[in-house]
Design a protein around this ligand. Structure first.
Ligand code: SF4
Length: 458
């Protein structure tokens, strides 16, 4: 069996499964957020009764992150609905925007959107917060009401996005009927060269197979090249499996996985035991591809879909209006470090926005010094508009007052986010080009798509 088949077999209590089998799978964690949480709660109460209790309050994780820093009152109210549900149910893992469990959330537009407006419990973007807060464990099944839940496959677990109706059912029962996907194997060899990032790897893969090339399939990344990828790198890759239609992404377990998971579960006091899955000798794949990491180059996915791959060099000269670094995929500490490494001592020439995925990342950037100045200060010096209000922000557009949102037609934006279908970051007539944080930085400095290696070597 492949890694995914082994995970699903275990979660269904079966010795063997094969692609196409329909299984009742036990969930280890159900995650929801402010956009889908209220709908999921509505389904749960409708189907299980207004006084129903969730199947296991310790396995439900609620992370408001999407439409938070906006004056839109309905968006603010969604966070209040989550808080009320958490109180009724006694759910311990709720990463509220405010600290008062009886309070209500209201964004203060008068303060502007650069200065922090959240309390001590707020955790930022769900997919980045889940591992950081100790909720991703090898061998487990994580279901989330968000398509990029597949990011947790980096931790050797089965993780996939589900709809509100399914999530309402999981809240009541802890189970879900799942069809075992076929597995596509991407064998990684070698090591990425300077200036090339994990984002280039996954954009290359999606460019090879197309934005529907992995529809309802597991994407297994293995081979000797995995060892050179940090956990942040693996998260970037796994996050974008859904951009090829993948059901899930999966990485093997190794010492790096253990080091990360053990540190995070210890720090947060979450469940620390886990049982990884290992590959069988006779794995059967529906597709196999070798990716030579040494040969990868800075890559861009052109508007209007993540499969429209070009090398950054091939697009040289294409003018841009805006640059954006942020999101679960591209707003981690390591992403901002690469972004800042290219920008340091230089000035951007187009509007450039930076949105860290989590408050911890804000702290990392504000607490790490390069030559007597923090990384945060270096980014401000370069002209980047940095917000402390970590969250999804303009990755998915959001209400019109969302930081970094594209509100005008005709804007071309290069972005470290993960999705570029029309209207994704705001205006339907704008265009989004997906790239690594290093390529976004280099392009922000020149105003046109630029290979970061041209600046790093200079
Ligand atoms: S940052 Fe973007 S992709 Fe990630 S969860 Fe938020 S909206 Fe979705």
């Amino acid at each position: 069996m492949t890694l995914t088949e082994k995970l699903l077999a275990r979660a269904a209590g079966k010795a063997r499964v094969q692609p196409g089998d329909n299984l009742w799978v036990k969930a280890d964690v159900l995650m929801t957020h402010d956009v889908c949480g209220p709908g999921t709660i509505g389904v749960f109460h409708r189907e299980f009764g207004k006084d129903a209790k969730v199947w296991d309050r310790n396995k439900v994780v609620i992370i408001p992150d999407h439409y938070i820093f906006t004056a839109d009152s309905l968006s603010n109210r969604n966070v209040d609905i989550l808080r009320q549900f958490v109180r009724q149910q006694g759910i311990p893992y709720f990463y509220d925007v405010i600290d008062d469990p009886d309070g209500s959330w209201k964004f203060d537009a008068a303060q502007g959107n650069l200065k922090r407006q959240y309390g001590a419990q707020y955790a930022g973007v769900c997919h980045t917060a889940l591992p950081a807060k100790g909720h991703t464990r090898p061998g487990e099944v994580l279901l989330g009401t968000d398509s990029h839940t597949c990011m947790a496959g980096a931790f050797n677990q089965f993780a996939t996005g589900i709809g509100n109706t399914d999530a309402g059912f999981v809240l009541g029962t802890g189970k879900l009927l799942l069809k075992v996907p076929e597995t596509m194997r991407f064998r990684l060899e070698g090591r990425m060269q300077p200036g090339v990032m994990a984002k280039d790897l996954i954009l290359h893969v999606i460019g090879e197979i197309g934005f529907d090339g992995a529809t309802y399939r597991a994407m297994q990344f293995d081979g000797p090249g995995v060892a050179s990828l940090s956990m942040d790198d693996r998260m970037t890759v796994a996050n974008m499996a859904i951009e090829a239609g993948g059901k899930n992404a999966i990485f093997p377990f190794d010492a790096r996985t253990a080091e990360y998971v053990d540190a995070r579960t210890r720090l947060n006091g979450t469940k620390s035991s886990y049982e990884p899955v290992e590959a069988d000798a006779g794995e059967q794949f529906v597709f196999e591809m070798v990716v030579d990491l040494d040969k990868l180059e800075p890559t861009v996915a052109c508007h209007p879909d993540p499969g429209r791959r070009k090398k950054a060099r091939e697009l040289g000269g294409m003018k841009l209006d805006r640059a954006y670094v942020g999101s679960c995929t591209g707003g981690k500490t390591s992403d901002f470090v690469e972004f800042a490494r290219v920008l340091r001592g230089r000035k951007v020439v187009i509007d450039t926005f930076g949105v860290p995925a989590t408050p911890d990342i804000v702290r990392d950037l504000q607490g790490t010094f390069w030559s007597g100045r923090t990384i945060w200060q270096h980014l401000l010096d370069a002209g980047v508009q940095m917000t402390e209000n970590a969250g999804c922000a303009a990755c998915l557009g959001g209400p019109v007052d969302t930081f970094g949102r594209i509100n005008k037609a005709g804007i071309k934006c290069i972005s470290a986010t993960n999705r570029n279908f029309p209207g994704r970051m705001g205006n339907k007539e704008s265009e989004v080009y997906l790239a690594s944080p290093a390529t976004v930085a280099a392009s922000a400095l020149t105003g046109c798509v630029t290979d970061p290696r041209d600046l790093l070597s200079g």
